[in-house]
Write a protein that binds this ligand. Sequence first.
Ligand code: PNS
Length: 167
Amino acid sequence: MSRAIYPGSFDPLTLGHLDIVERALQVFDDVVVAVLLNPRKSPLFGEEERVAIIREAVAGRLGGDAPRVSVASFDGLTVDFARGAGAGFIVRGLRAVSDFESELQMAHTNRKMSAEIDTVFFMTALEHSYLSSSLVKEIATFGGDVSGMVPEGVLPRLRARGGAPSV
Ligand code: PNS
């Protein structure tokens, strides 16, 4: 059985992230979406909310494949989480060349720390390749419409923070 983890901040999950989960399920038997609790960042959404958003979106969008996805949060090193989860692979999405440099550095570093865990990259679908959680938050802060960028469940949550139009 092949298991991958898909680590990230997911603050919040975007349709681009969801696309990567779907694509990873075509390659791996199951995928653990791993939400990083980064003490150096102050996320807009807390741990429980980020996890809840991902669970809802996976259940709502992935249909019969949803049981192959689990969601967890972690702190510390991604490779340690992967090992603990029994995963041999780390999945990351590449949107553009600009992502490549830092992703390459992370992949090499992770492999140096843990040679048995490999990183697999998926090219984010073209229609989502411009998306980022940071841009979504910025647009929502100024009242812009992010409805085509994030799963439905994110919209009321952004609104509750005063950051999305009430369409
Ligand atoms: O969604 P993000 O913020 O681009 O995800 C970055 C993430 C979580 C994959 C990365 O910061 C990470 O793996 N952090 C955990 C700490 C760690 O393992 N650092 C060494 C990786 S080189």
